[in-house]
Design a protein around this ligand. Structure first.
Ligand code: CMC
Length: 433
């Protein structure tokens, strides 16, 4: 039975608005005709309650703490799948057969190297460059080496997507590691065919030209899990940016490069770097966490408890639970005891029992514990958000594909409520006060 429409009353006139229902029962009032019929637009600063698209990639129920990729729960994928298999699932919508997975892996492996011109470009960045700036710039540059994969002609680019996706998933990791080495002034090393996706990333980050770094399988597994947990998260700041850029017809390389910039901010992907810096600051200052909690509750301080709170989750972020368990395992395997983990646990405990955080439904998010694992692995904090970007690449590709495949995709173009000056006359410079 069709859903009953919504009735909107404006100036004593009634307007009928259709109601859309998602596959999980989510309801949305369709306001697309509102401006034409009533002259009104809807206002929703920050898109807190705006459905910007229909999407079949990821489902989140923030109240219940549910996250599913293509219908599979994040808990089950974290336990049974791998980042590369999950990437396939996100992009193509189904789990791969053994043959499909083998072919996907091979394509990714074949694309592990980057062109020498890109290596030279990387060495041209100053040592002060943040790796997220370098990553965004080099992903866009990468597209210049594959003009046939990114023509800005939708049907053509879509037909090339299998190759473009493998190029991006493979090379984002190589570029990220090379950006790190260039910044550190270290000579480059080359990917090794015998290593898996994360093993190769660790090799590219830490090996020396004549001395391969030892890759601990548990460490590679933990990194794989972090990437899998970050692989998609429906309409967040960076994914919506990718969709926005793609809606104008831009190719995949340009769209994901914009996604990296959007991810960089500390309220989004940059939070994992901010969390570790916050924990280090608390440790340095000798605070047991209580002074920081008090500051985070004081609006005039400008301080926030980084790694806490989420626009959508009003319950424990399911990814945070999985990462927290992994964090203990990795520290044990590496034989490390990190005082920052103790501070993080104290902060979490204090915040979960504090009325300020309880009333606002502020729980730890994915970034609260991921930085501790990355730090234990030896990844510098400036690279944390880069790891997030590597993980999010399959999600961005899936959303770009969804836009490109939509039969009637309109360019994204929000409206606004103008609150600036009304019409006024130009004043010659000599008459201005
Ligand atoms: N510490 C202290 N107070 C907070 C925090 C926090 N981390 N987060 C939200 N609040 C307060 C906020 O001050 C506001 O209080 P009041 O109602 O009294 O004005 C209330 O909670 C609601 O906050 P908001 O900023 O309106 O909520 P939002 O949905 O716009 O923001 C957020 C979500 C994630 C940007 C925010 O919680 C935050 O800044 N958290 C810290 C940064 C962080 O960890 N970001 C990573 C998010 S997970 C990775 C990802 O998927 O991007």
């Amino acid at each position: 039975m069709p859903e009953k429409p919504a009735i909107l009353k404006l100036d004593d006139k009634e307007f009928v608005l259709p109601v859309l229902v998602g596959s999980e029962g989510e309801r949305a009032v369709d306001v697309r005709t509102l401006r034409d019929t009533t002259g009104h637009i809807t206002f929703d600063d920050g898109y807190g309650n705006t459905g910007a698209c229909e999407s079949g990639v990821t489902f989140i129920d923030g109240e219940k703490g549910i996250l599913r990729y293509r219908g599979y729960s994040i808990e089950e994928l974290a336990e049974k799948s791998t980042f590369i298999e999950t990437a396939y699932l996100l992009i193509y919508g189904q789990l791969p057969s053994a043959a499909q997975l083998a072919a996907f892996k091979e394509r990714i492996l074949d694309n592990a190297q980057v062109h020498e011109g890109l290596r030279i470009a990387l060495s041209g960045f100053p040592s002060t460059a943040h790796p997220m700036a370098v990553l965004s710039a080099t992903l866009n540059t990468l597209g210049c080496y594959y003009p046939e994969l990114g023509t800005n002609e939708r049907a053509h680019d879509l037909a090339q997507l299998d190759e473009a996706a493998a190029v991006l998933i493979s090379k984002v990791r190589t570029l990220a590691a090379l950006a790190h080495r260039a910044k550190e002034g270290q000579p480059p090393v080359y990917p090794k065919p015998g290593l898996n996706y994360c093993g190769n990333f660790l090799h590219l980050m830490f090996s020396q030209p004549n001395a391969d770094s030892e890759i601990h399988p548990e460490v590679a597994k933990a990194l794989d899990l972090i990437l899998l947990l970050h692989a998609d998260h429906e309409q967040n700041c960076s994914t919506s940016t990718v969709r926005m850029v793609a809606s104008g017809g831009a190719n995949l390389f340009a769209s994901v490069s914009a996604g990296v910039c959007a991810l960089w901010g500390p309220l989004h992907g940059g939070a994992n770097q901010a969390v570790i810096e916050m924990l280090e600051e608390i440790h340095r200052s000798g605070d047991d966490g209580s002074r920081f909690i008090a500051a985070a509750k004081d609006k005039s301080s400008g301080v926030r408890l980084m790694g806490f709170g989420h626009r959508v989750y009003k319950n424990y972020d399911p990814r945070a639970k999985i990462i927290k368990a992994q964090c203990d395992k990795v520290l044990k395997v590496l034989g490390r005891k990190d005082p920052l983990l103790d501070i993080a646990m104290r902060l979490e405990d204090a915040a979960l029992n504090d009325p300020y955080f309880k009333q606002r439904n502020l729980y730890p998010n994915v970034d609260f514990y991921s930085g501790i694992i990355l730090k234990a692995i030896g990844i510098p904090s400036e690279m944390f958000t880069v790891i997030f970007a590597i993980g999010r690449m399959p999600g961005w590709i899936s959303h770009w594909k969804e836009i490109a495949e939509a039969p009637k995709q309109k360019i994204h173009r929000p409206r606004q409520v103008y609150v600036g000056e009304t019409l006024r006359s130009y004043v010659p410079i000599e008459k201005r006060g």
